[in-house]
Design a protein around this ligand. Sequence first.
Ligand code: SAM
Length: 414
Amino acid sequence: MLTEQPVFSTLKKWLSVSGGTFHPSAHFQYAEASGNSVVAAEDIPADTTIVACPFSLVITEELAQKNISKLISTDSVTDWTERQWISAYICLHWLNMTTKAPELEHYPYIACLPASDQPMTPLHFTEPELQAFKGSNIYQATIDRQREWRAEWQQCQSFIAGQNGEWGRKFTWDLYLAAATHISSRAFPSSLLDPNPTLVASEDTKPVLLPGVDSLNHKRAQPVSWSVTFPNSNVELAAPASGNRQPIISLVLHTATATGDELLNNYGPKPNAELILGYGFSLPDNPDDTILLKIGGIDKKWEVGREAQGAGAIWDELLQVIQQDAGGDEQEDYETQMDTADTLASMVQILLEKLPTEEKIKGIEIRQEVKRMWKDYIRGQREILSSLLDFCQQKENEAIELARSKGVDLVIEE
Ligand SMILES: C[S@@+](CC[C@H](N)C(=O)[O-])C[C@H]1O[C@@H](n2cnc3c(N)ncnc32)[C@H](O)[C@@H]1O
């Protein structure tokens, strides 16, 4: 029999009285590598609903704003982002953990969040660990994120301090960082709450926290499905005390889980850069890996995947730029194609040379988990860049063929 910490039994009861469910054979367990996990205490067949959360417990920007406004006047706040509202809401629970201010509704959930000393996202790296990523996209993305979140925290902190001096003093950067990291590592897109739920975020989706549902760890390509249902009017549990029947979001696992095995969710296809930055872990040889590329002087970024997937878009842009530089139609097609392949290959070569190497980071003190992420990520970046060099070579060969078809023999100088 697996024993669970009382906070998890409380979470399950809280979900259930509000109309949600947590499978009776799904038990919480702590694992060194991935924090809390959920395991099967008995065999669980395929196509079973593991956890369901009523919409009333979902933490959205609106819910956070509504509940915070019951504690302090927020009329003058007009420009907080959803991360600021939800982070402030989480932090206010932490600041009121002993008094349990009744305006805040999510104590049973907040009590189950992993401790703030556990995250392995880059904002929790030591300075030398971050330096080990210098020359990769993650390095700059971490610096940008740190700047953005600190500015958000300062704005929230000075507002809260103006309302309640004690809370203001306790609303530290570390507290905000812990809350914002919970959002980046556990939130789902609000598109999951649509009648046809989808993990595919669009421009107007926002992060939402789904208590209980966010307890499962990730496995790539794990067959799961999401459903939004309206409770059956015969089901007593689905009608909370208020009598308001409300939709429920459920997570169904489509594979059977044997006793003792972990129940795993699928967060969607994510490259290691996103897994490391947002969640603090990586997958070895991640097929969903991508690299972000920029062309000097153009603001846009292009995402290229393994086997140079998506390289066509940056190729087309570069081709156009080179064509314009060469004076429009005055240059032969094959010459433009040759120049473009050459330019792209040089850009890729520079990026390859900038990437950190084992040699360069020798002697830097790096925790084992960070080193694992570093290896998975840097290897992925290197492999994508190599596939881009192959792509350029292929374009060059095509240019030679095109020239030949026009009676020109191109001689490539090494
Ligand atoms: C949505 S939460 C899942 C529950 C979490 N383990 C907990 O302790 O509450 C996401 C976090 O779980 C951990 N995690 C999820 N999937 C993982 C995996 N495949 N490998 C390592 N850690 C994982 C990471 O720390 C991630 O930030």
